[in-house]
Design a protein around this ligand. Structure first.
Ligand code: MSP
Length: 642
């Protein structure tokens, strides 16, 4: 299989920020994922360097446009290696080759009769660099830039976009995954349900000179979008050559919702006019907000990728953005959220799994991959968890559902940690007759880590390489770099020597991190000297948590959700719990759970509840699931939990 993924080419009127970094990391991860699947891949990004905005930014700095674009474009190019992005091509719209191809295309489309000259009077928004229709305005202003557009009358060249409207609508209907997620496909179809205007594709030189000159009229330069969109072709050697033939038929574009219209309407109609097949897919993601507000220079909350990497590390940043944003929806970025994910998912779950497993292999097997013995029921379950995680990972990663793909991977991380607790290798090690079982458990843990190193390679390339190295593999060994080979269980060779590596994810001290990041704007302190959002120990102590043993359980009539539990804690009491969809009464008998013992009694469906049972709220296959809390050993009913 072959894949070609592109990011938007970014305007050079601003330095790279979290939004640009996110799109580029997504494209990089997708590209690496396809390589993991053995595909022949290409990944292109770059900078968009013509147009009003750039000319104005250069003028503000008092430099020539070319000098200005060289400087900012270099900033983008230098940022990508910092977040471990490896593109195959970085295109600039000021490249001579791009300029001459744009002129060739313009001439072809003009000769075909799809470009005409006309007088136009309309409302021009500088920010959007295009004429807006009355309908697009909100309170007389451009909704994106919050400024009233200027009335401009000028003679210009127009592209007959309207001619291709029906053909585009048909294409979208015939190819359900042409624009995904579906909400954006619907948005485009709804826009196309109204008559489409033709597109103004020139700017008179009297107003703007920083652009590609029209080949058929030297008094005009090309509208920046007609120039920029063509990068996806000029960057692969259009109109000829091996690369163009190989990659164009499989082109997939990745963008955020802000530039849906140019990509879903201008670009396909341009391709139709050029007589070319359309790109395969357009993947549209949402926007990152910062602590729930829009990221903007004027608010002063612009997040820079280099700072994030300095604070949290490249792989934590990559993992966080991919895990946190549901592709297609907006997401909120905060330092607290990234620290929480690092400490729980990376340091606690993955980091601990790796360090505990390897430490045990060193202690009980001389640091060498042991020979596994007979398989137990626990092992069969582990293998099932691995198979399911691999399948869900592959399915979701290939359709840009990175968050779900990673959740699938973490179900394996979680199960492997449980497998340690269940099998207690430290107890097995005390009994010589259990040597074979010990070796099997250790082998299975190492094999799970190998599979994890492989699936994490696209997301956290550095961490995956470190894990692979620790397990005794070169980074490029197929066992850790090729899904079809490495995805089979039992590939790890017994006798392989483990290597020492640095800890994968040292925990972040949340308070230290908060101090560091809030240096500029310290978090508010409450009157009693506490940081807002955190509670003092005394407050926690006022909640009385106790171990309770369930002695009876029954469904409450007319409720699908509620169970009436009788518990000993140590006195007998009744608790109503909303767990009927997750547990049957029978399976709860004799179980020890944790309860809040000093809750005010409340009447639920006619039954007085004297406390609350604690449960974790999780999600399985998109459905909420409650998992009751319990204690890890035998406790006495009524024991205090602290
Ligand atoms: N130059 C055009 C694109 C031409 S492509 C032929 C452009 N450039 S841009 O610099 O404004 O980049 C827009 C893109 O940056 C978005 O589509 C998205 O990929 C990324 N992001 C910018 N801000 C963002 C967020 N706040 N959140 C997520 N991504 C965002 O438009």
């Amino acid at each position: 299989m072959t894949t070609y993924i592109t990011t938007p080419i970014y305007y050079v009127n601003a330095q790279p920020h979290l939004g640009h970094a996110y799109t580029t990391v997504v494209a990089d991860t997708y590209n690496r994922f396809n390589r993991l699947c053995g595909h022949d891949t290409r990944f292109q990004t770059g900078t968009d360097e013509h147009g009003d905005k750039i000319a104005e930014a250069a003028a503000r700095e008092g430099v020539q446009p070319k000098e200005y674009v060289d400087r900012i474009s270099a900033m983008f190019r230098e940022t990508w290696p910092l977040i471990n992005v490896k593109h195959d091509n970085f295109i600039r719209t000021t490249d001579a080759n791009h300029i001459s191809l744009v002129q060739t295309v313009l001439q072809d489309v003009y000769d075909k009769g799809d470009i005409y000259f006309d007088v136009y009077s309309g409302l021009y928004c500088n920010g959007c660099e295009r004429f807006l229709t009355e309908k697009e305005l909100v309170d007389g202003k451009c909704p994106d830039h919050q400024v009233a557009p200027k009335q401009i009358t000028e003679q210009n060249y127009f592209f007959r976009m309207s001619r291709y409207q029906q053909q585009l609508v048909d294409h979208i209907h015939e190819h359900p995954d042409f624009i995904t997620p579906e909400r954006y496909r619907n948005e485009v179809l709804s826009f196309l349900s109204e008559p489409l205007d033709d597109l103004c594709i020139s700017r008179p030189k009297s107003r703007l000179t920083w652009g590609i000159e029209l080949p058929f009229d030297e008094n005009f330069v090309t509208y920046v979008w007609f120039d920029a969109l063509l990068n996806y072709l000029t960057g692969i050697g259009y109109p000829e050559g091996e690369m163009y033939r190989k990659y164009w038929p499989v082109a997939e574009h990745l963008i955020a919702k802000d530039i849906l219209k140019p990509h879903a309407i201008y670009w396909p109609t341009m391709l139709m006019s050029m007589g070319l097949p359309l790109y395969r897919k357009l993947h549209v993601h949402g926007y990152w907000n910062i602590d729930d507000s829009k990221m903007s220079k004027s608010i002063g909350n612009v997040v820079r990728p280099d700072e994030l990497v300095g604070d949290f590390g490249v792989d934590t940043f990559r993992y966080f953005v991919l895990r946190e944003m549901s592709f297609g929806l907006d997401a909120s970025f905060s330092n607290e959220a990234i620290v929480d994910r690092k400490n729980s998912d990376l340091a606690n779950d993955l980091g601990n799994l790796y360090s505990r497993s390897v430490a045990m292999v060193k202690k009980y097997a001389g640091g060498i991959v042991p020979e596994p013995g007979a398989t137990s029921d626990d092992d069969v379950e582990l293998l099932q968890v691995v198979a399911k995680a691999l399948e869900e990972y592959r399915e979701n990663m290939s359709v840009f559902q990175f968050s779900r793909g990673l959740t699938a991977v973490w179900s394996l991380v979680g199960y492997a940690n449980k497998y340690i607790v269940k099998n207690e290798p430290w107890s097995l090690a005390k009994d010589q007759t259990k040597k074979e079982r010990l070796n099997t458990v250790l082998y299975n843990l190492l094999e799970s880590l190998r599979i994890l190193a492989m699936v994490l390679k696209p997301v956290m390339p550095g961490t995956a390489a470190k894990m692979a190295q620790g397990l005794g593999y070169e980074e490029e060994n197929e066992m850790v770099s090729l899904f079809d080979t490495g995805g089979k269980w039992g590939q790890l060779r017994s006798g392989q020597l483990l290597m020492d590596i640095d800890p994968l994810f040292p925990r972040v001290d949340k308070k230290e991190q908060q101090k560091k990041n809030n240096g500029k704007k310290p978090k508010k302190e409450t009157a009693d000297g506490c940081v807002e959002g955190l509670i003092p120990f005394e407050q926690f102590q006022s909640v009385e948590l106790r171990v309770a043993e369930i002695t009876a359980a029954e469904k409450i009539a007319k409720s699908d959700r509620l169970l009436k539990l009788t518990v000993r804690a140590p006195e007998e009491r009744t608790i109503v719990a909303g767990i009927a969809e997750h547990y049957s009464p029978e399976e709860l008998l004799g179980k020890q759970v944790m309860i809040v013992a000093n809750m005010k009694p409340a009447k639920l469906m006619g039954v007085i509840s004297q406390g609350m049972v604690l449960a974790a709220r999780t999600e399985v296959e998109g459905k909420e699931k409650l998992i009751l809390s319990t204690v890890m050993g035998e406790a006495q009913p009524g024991d205090r939990v602290a």
